[in-house]
Design a protein around this ligand. Structure first.
Ligand SMILES: Cc1cc2nc3c(=O)[nH]c(=O)nc-3n(C[C@H](O)[C@H](O)[C@H](O)COP(=O)(O)OP(=O)(O)OC[C@H]3O[C@@H](n4cnc5c(N)ncnc54)[C@H](O)[C@@H]3O)c2cc1C
Length: 515
């Protein structure tokens, strides 16, 4: 059996960046279930946030992040993020990420709920693609071993400590086992839970399921961010229309042409994502439509084509010239705020097991992620994982104080009389209808019962789709049960039966299988 100092699961920004640092400290293997560049990272458009301008400060970035997180951010983790962000940007520049410049300086854009322009971008609106390609080329040129089409299926543990990973070779169907000193889960999010989502098809909650089944703590799962503006064209999968489009001056109008956001929030079109997403849902309800529009027709065409070349081209390819016509949009599931609970060094409660990126919950996002804080979080905490593991000591994480926590295990549920057959499309429809932007006890209970029944009835997985469906069902259970428990509305979690935020709910919901 092959042995590595580090095994990293996933090859988005979290997997690649940590691998490039880890190779300085030992042998590294990356396992990834598709090809190296299959990930959410390459779809990131808007950019990456860091207080690098002379008018900005980590303190201001801190305030904006805390405000968006709606009472549940871990303040120490946010301090780390905002203070270390500028140095991590320097790392990316050194690695060769070609950030856009203006008059010889890195260009900075405005995005919703930031109080100042602080978003670095590359290729206009192709930031994630530039980061992914730059990092994956560096990995290819290094001595890091990469196994593609290799899906991690089970974490191997001995006496409470990680010793390796089992993985499915998706080409042959055989299960291989690899040994390691440190295991880093960098498996991304779970947007595929929902019928309408902006995510790549890899986003199936695998890391959450792997970690939960091993006894790791999973936290804040009820907080799933819905991006307000995904392209809504018949027959076209939701394609993100970046917040930066509104940051550049785009305004939302309902199907009657009315500019509605000033009625809902003082920040108008640049209010936090949860507020804009719910406002859009209300407007669609009022007007009986499945869409609203972003209007950027007042911007000079050249601004649109140079600042958003990717969005412009995508829409044009689908028959829409956004320099002349309104952009039809609707909300779609986008980002998982919760995840595998880590301390400020990326450690989980299992010795030798670390989590980085969207699958991790470091505590910086709280109940709602500030736009463009995700990729910078990966870099800030990925770097800290490497600092922690430099001396090769495997510790059982002294999990830090993330505010008050209440621990739960997944409850038994009554099997409903009629349970639809489990499938990816049935699961996505269920989450969209019952666990979506606006939830309530009745809808969540129905979903929770069906998911529990599916979990019992699903056969032993044998191939990538069946492993992914199992992982989605478990991840969906964690999202739904947490959403049922939280009888209030906060950040991205909105309950129509409990529409207010309540002081007694200013705590985190944590699930463990072995609690
Ligand atoms: C459309 C879109 C736009 C976005 N825009 C921005 C933005 O402008 N700024 C920002 O900060 N964030 C943005 N985000 C969020 C951000 O892109 C992601 O949170 C971030 O890229 C996640 O990186 P990651 O490395 O954790 O996961 P990913 O990039 O998703 O990579 C996960 C990797 O894990 C692999 N994997 C998963 N499960 C397994 C398994 N079982 N075995 C082996 N491999 C596995 C996958 O194949 C993949 O390689 C956006 C997201 C989307 C979808």
């Amino acid at each position: 059996m092959s042995y590595y100092d580090y095994i990293i699961i996933g090859s988005g920004i979290a997997g690649l960046y940590t691998a490039l640092l880890a190779k300085e400290q030992g042998s590294v293997l990356i396992l990834t279930k598709g090809s190296i560049d299959d990930c959410n990272t390459k779809y990131a458009q808007g950019g990456i946030a860091a207080a690098i301008s002379k008018n900005d400060s980590p303190e201001l970035h801190f305030k904006d992040t805390i405000a968006a997180g709606d009472g549940l951010c871990d303040e120490e983790a946010v301090r780390i993020l905002v203070n270390e962000a500028p140095a991590r940007i320097t790392d990316l520049v050194k690695l060769g990420v070609p950030f856009d410049t203006l008059d010889g300086q890195i260009a900075l854009a405005m995005e919703a709920a930031h109080s100042i322009p602080r978003i670095l971008h590359a290729g206009g609106d192709a930031t994630g693609e530039h980061i992914e390609i730059t990092l994956s080329n560096k990995v290819r040129d290094s001595r890091i071993q990469v196994l593609e089409d290799c899906l991690a299926t089970e974490i191997v543990i001995e006496k409470g400590t990680v010793t390796g990973i089992k993985a499915l070779d998706c080409r042959t169907g055989s299960i291989e086992e690899f040994e390691c000193h440190f295991l880093i889960l960098a498996t991304g999010g779970a947007g595929q839970l929902f019928k309408l989502n902006t995510n790549s098809d890899i986003a199936t909650g695998d890391g959450i399921a792997l970690a939960f089944n091993t006894g790791a703590e999973i936290v804040d799962m009820e907080f799933f961010q819905f991006h307000p503006t995904a392209l809504r064209l018949p027959g076209v999968t939701p394609f993100l229309i970046s917040e930066a489009v509104r940051g550049e001056g785009g305004v939302l109008r309902n199907v009657e042409g009315y500019r509605f956001m000033p009625d809902y929030a003082p920040q108008s079109d640049l209010a936090p994502r949860d507020i804009v997403a719910r406002s859009i849902v209300y407007e669609m309800g009022k007007t009986g439509s499945d869409r609203v529009f972003i209007d950027i027709t007042h911007l000079p065409p050249r601004t649109i084509t140079t600042r958003f070349p990717h969005i412009y081209r995508f829409c044009l390819d689908h028959g829409l010239d956004i320099t002349k016509g309104l952009i039809p949009v609707a909300p779609a599931a986008h980002y998982m705020m919760g995840g595998i609970k880590t301390n400020n060094w990326g450690e989980t409660n299992i010795a030798g097991l670390f989590a980085a990126g969207e699958t991790a919950c470091t505590g910086v996002h709280g109940a709602n992620r500030l736009a463009s804080n995700s990729m910078i979080e990966v870099l800030a905490f990925g770097k800290r994982i490497m600092e922690r593991t430099r001396k090769k000591a495997k510790t059982r994480a002294p999990i830090t104080d993330k505010g008050v926590e209440v621990h739960h295990s997944l409850s038994q549920r009554q099997v409903p009389k009629a349970v639809p057959a489990p499938s990816l499309s049935a699961l996505q429809q269920l989450h969209w209808d019952k666990v979506g932007i606006i939830r309530n006890k009745e809808s969540l209970t129905e979903a929770a019962n069906i998911l529990a029944a599916w979990q019992k009835s699903l056969p032993q997985p044998t191939d990538r789709p069946s492993y992914e469906l199992n992982n989605l069902v478990l991840t969906g259970r964690l999202v739904t049960e947490a959403a049922l428990l939280r009888e209030e509305s906060r950040g991205a979690h909105f309950r129509s039966d409990f529409p207010q935020s309540l002081a007694q709910w200013q705590h985190h919901i944590v699930f463990t299988s072995k609690w």
